[in-house]
Design a protein around this ligand. Structure first.
Ligand code: PLP
Length: 387
């Protein structure tokens, strides 16, 4: 009897017994929605970010939308961002009535090309919204110097960058409004959730209103509503998961970085032994001081292959290896095309959106998984190489 190796998904969250026990305790406590555990999680996050105010929300999308609302961005305003992101980034800009302005990416980092931002600034520009794809930050000095020079807010979509750093400082511990997601695939998860880091308590208080119907309470029975808010609070059940994940984060981070290093070595070794050293597969930036290794993504050399990305993914899947696409260019989506955006305006994003592939990377993977994935991937590339 032959057994095939277990299927490796592109990602999988890890919850230990302590986390499961902590959730059970909240469920038994009689208070399950936003309460003492949320307050504890927010205080712990604030400490993590060097004492800056932090508020949590139901998901990363609500977090970014509230960041825009806090910054007073709405109808008639423009927000500069990247086309290579989860569509939430620009959807929230549209949802407050503002206009996303897409700048092409740097094909090396796959993040917004900051050198192209100044040329896109108009009198309507109010903010820059960078995304740290796979957890790799942009040049933060350059980002904040552009913002300062043009008097713009920065709303950092740091959804993928919890635990990432810039020159020794944690992403979120400095800067303007910094938004994180705790969705199940992220490095730190509360199942669903997110948090926003602020510069000042006034904006944190305003975000609390947007989070819950615009409400403020006074005394024993006083209530007032003076802005239009929604229902975007994070529950204590989610918060207690986040508190446990924070304890596990250093070990998770170390494991992710170790697995990423093995990917570089294994892919290069496989290319060499297959005689494919000249194949133009693009590996990520080898940054082991700043990236949190949220994902390990390669850009396939589609010009050199006689198959498309979908076929490569299908063949990997048949071999028990799950992959993902993060992301097609946002401007390739029907909604955005109908709004007049053209993928051809951002050629690097157009090419990378079609050929980027996310390989499995999560703390629960074994070393042998990396060797196997590298070998199968290179085998598929060799089989389909044009000659
Ligand atoms: C996950 C993610 C979001 C949205 O977060 P949710 O918690 O899923 O709403 C936004 N932007 C980026 C880049 C993300 O990866």
């Amino acid at each position: 009897m032959s057994t095939s190796p277990a299927f490796i998904p592109f990602t999988r969250p890890s919850f230990n017994q302590e986390t499961i026990d902590a959730v059970a305790e909240v469920l038994r406590s009689g208070w399950v929605t936003s309460g003492p555990k949320l307050a504890e999680f927010e205080a712990t996050l604030s400490e993590y970010f060097g004492g800056r105010p932090v508020r949590c929300f139901a998901n990363g999308t609500a977090t970014m939308k509230i960041a825009l609302q806090v910054a007073g961005i709405g109808v008639g305003d423009e927000v500069i961002t990247t086309p290579i992101s989860w569509v939430a980034t620009s959807n929230v800009v549209l949802s407050v009535g503002a206009k996303p302005v897409f700048i092409d990416i740097d094909p090396h980092t796959r993040n917004i090309d900051l050198n192209k931002v100044a040329a896109a600034i108009t009198p309507k520009t109010r903010a820059i919204m960078p995304v740290y794809l796979a957890g790799l930050p942009v040049n933060m000095d350059q980002l904040y110097s552009i913002a300062k020079q043009h008097n713009l807010r920065v709303i950092e979509d740091a959804a993928q960058a919890f635990g990432s750093q810039w020159q020794g400082k944690k992403i979120g511990s400095f800067g303007d409004l910094v938004s994180f997601s705790f969705q199940a695939n992220k490095n730190l998860t509360t199942v669903e959730g997110g948090c926003l880091v602020f510069n000042n308590d006034d904006e944190a208080k305003l975000a609390e209103k947007f989070r819950l119907q615009g409400l403020t309470r006074q005394g024993m029975d006083g209530m007032d509503v003076d802005v239009l808010g929604g229902k975007d609070n994070l529950t204590d059940v989610n918060a207690v998961i986040g508190l446990q994940q924070l304890k596990q984060l250093p070990a998770y981070q170390a494991r992710r970085a170790a697995l990423a290093r093995q990917y570089f070595d294994a892919i290069r070794a496989e290319l060499k032994s297959a005689g494919l050293e000249t194949l133009k597969i693009e590996l990520p930036v080898e940054n082991f001081t700043e990236s949190n290794w949220h994902m390990f993504q390669v850009v396939l050399p589609l010009d050199e292959l006689n198959v498309d990305r979908a076929q490569v993914m299908t063949e990997l899947k048949e071999l028990g290896i799950g992959t993902g696409v993060h992301y097609p260019a946002i401007t390739s989506f029907t909604l955005y095309k109908e709004l007049g955006y053209k993928t051809s305006d951002t050629p690097n994003a157009q090419r990378i959106g079609r050929s980027i592939l996310t390989l499995p990377l999560f703390p629960g993977m074994a070393d042998a998984d990396i060797t196997r994935i590298a070998s199968e991937l290179v085998g598929i590339l060799k089989k389909h190489r044009k000659n």
